[in-house]
Write a protein that binds this ligand. Sequence first.
Ligand code: RTP
Ligand code: MG
Length: 137
Amino acid sequence: MSERTLVLIKPDGVARGLVGEVVARIERRGLKLVALELKNVADDLAAKHYAEHEGKPFYQSLLDFITSGPLVAAVVEGPRAVGAFRQIAGGTDPVDKAAPGSIRGDFALEVQENIVHGSDSAESAAREIELWFPGLS
Ligand code: RTP
Ligand code: MG
């Protein structure tokens, strides 16, 4: 059964010219793009997106980072898209958790500047897709 997930290519990924690389990996896996947009993110959207992290020590730094420059937001669709993209992305910490061959394991060194976001469950995906692409059919 097909599902959807929200992918962000974070400002570090865009600044480093990794948009094509990330999109190629998504498509190579067999997942389909159903929405794609370059965006400058307002503070309130960033805060809603990362609401689950409010109160954590890295929260303000994370909001500053995610609003620091343009990012690419995308909706990606396919069988088991949520888990498949998390696998392509690799673990949150690019050195201790992300395997070589994953996006983070290949391109990142720091836990915050880790190139991509992917929804962590079907429920998160539904919430995040409505936040970033309201009314997408
Ligand atoms: P994401 O939400 O961006 O897909 O990443 P994730 O599920 O792998 O990790 P999550 O725990 O949701 O954390 C969200 C983002 O916050 C930054 N972070 N910094 N300094 C820190 O200890 C720390 N921990 C997390 C990362 O950018 C992480 O992707
Ligand atoms: Mg997360």
